[in-house]
Design a protein. Structure first.
Length: 392
């Protein structure tokens, strides 16, 4: 199939034609507005507030075993920014000392605009899947790369107030349409030349690979294929766990990753219908083989237990964050200095974070059980201006 190339200017013109008043163009153009992706669409005024507090008001007893490593990894990107550059020169001994952080950073408690400081911490991980580079009777579920006909339009080029919002779509004849939903993709609507990076044997594991956004495929000869998020079809994420709760088939306590997997084993004939409840579909890219963590939105590898995904309306990427929570199966408060190095389609809200728990099944078990209470404080370099978009 010939690769279709359409410029952003062309798509913008088509979308503007759809939004304008009655017109009679020489060649009629029909436009169905593509879906604005939830992973990037942001309201103009976020429901978040930063309040500067004294260090004496912040809980003590930080867990920092991996904080310095996570910070130094983030500095691969942050060091190019003048407000972070000097801080990125700190040696490991300084990074292990709470006093250094207190001397270099001011601290801000994050809340909603009405003062609610409580939120939720969930977990995510890097899964291992068994797979093959060719389709077999066992491995017959494709892991797709980015389709050639997937278009992305930066909406701020049309509407500055939608800065950060993007539209995904496709061109069909003279029409701009939303991109294919999960249901349509599973029905075979992708272009025939869409790259397949690997084949796996478990549709539920593939679904959760998309939810996690990265993973590794074990091949029979011992090699592995590392995969990272490349793009998405433009539809907002919908929770299949929430759908099973709505149907009365799982309770809130049962609607973990493990609970959903157990439901799938009991209901194989109903599985695809459930997966289609989430129209969002993630496409991957192959990453170089490495022992480092998956690449987050900051474009650096994530550190197990010390990297979080955040809503960037609440916390800028790269910022250190002191989080207070209670880990699963524990009655003790956990206080940890982590780094905001990733984002996620389901991570929305003023006090909301997703903790990267690591690689493999044990990390997945922990991530699947995490739905924990959360409070957090952002650390910001002393004497440096706050991000303009953060209300305070």
């Amino acid at each position: 199939m010939r690769r279709l190339r359409v410029s952003a200017v062309t798509v913008a013109a088509l979308l503007l034609a759809a939004c304008a008043g009655p017109q009679r163009p020489a060649t009629p153009v029909a436009v169905v507005p593509p879906v604005v992706s939830q992973d990037t669409a942001k309201p103009a005024v976020p429901d978040v507030k930063w309040k500067r507090v004294a260090w004496s008001d912040v809980p003590s007893g930080w867990q920092m075993a991996g904080s310095g490593a996570a910070w130094q990894t983030g500095c691969r990107v942050l060091a190019a920014d003048s407000q972070w550059a000097a801080l990125c020169q700190a040696d490991q001994s300084a990074l292990n000392d709470v006093n250094w952080w207190q001397s270099q950073f001011d601290v801000y408690q994050v809340s909603t605009t009405d003062g609610n400081v409580s939120g939720m911490l969930t977990g995510y991980y890097e899964p291992y899947l068994s797979g093959s580079l060719s389709r077999t009777s066992r491995f017959n579920y494709p892991v797709y790369g980015v389709p050639a006909d997937l278009l992305t339009l930066d909406m701020s080029a049309l509407y500055p107030e939608l800065k950060g919002s993007r539209v995904r779509g496709r061109v069909e004849g003279k029409r701009v349409l939303p991109y294919w939903s999960r249901e349509a993709i599973e029905a075979g609507k992708l272009p025939a030349d869409t790259p397949v990076l690997a084949w796996v044997d478990d549709p539920v594991a593939l679904f959760f690979l998309q939810v996690q956004g990265s993973g590794r495929i074990r091949l029979a000869d011992g090699r592995q294929v590392r995969l990272g998020y490349a793009d998405q079809n433009g539809y907002p994420y919908q929770s299949i766990g929430r759908e099973l709760i709505r149907r009365g088939e799982l309770t809130l306590d049962q609607a973990s990753m493990q609970g959903i997997q157990a439901w799938a084993k009991r209901n194989p004939s109903r599985l695809q219908g459930l997966l289609n409840v989430n129209p969002s579909y993630v496409f991957f890219r192959q990453l170089p083989d490495s022992n480092e963590g998956p690449i987050g939105s900051l474009n650096v590898p994530l550190t197990e237990g010390y990297s979080i995904a955040v809503d960037t309306r609440s916390v800028p990427l790269g910022a250190p964050v002191l989080l207070e929570t209670q880990l699963p199966d524990s009655t003790q408060a956990a206080r940890r200095l982590v780094m905001a190095q990733d984002t996620g389609g389901a991570i929305r809200g003023a006090v909301r974070a997703d903790l990267f728990t690591g690689l493999g099944d044990a990390a997945g078990q922990l991530a699947g059980r995490m739905r924990q209470p959360l409070k957090y404080w952002v650390l910001w370099p002393k004497g440096k201006p706050l991000p303009a978009e953060m209300p305070r």
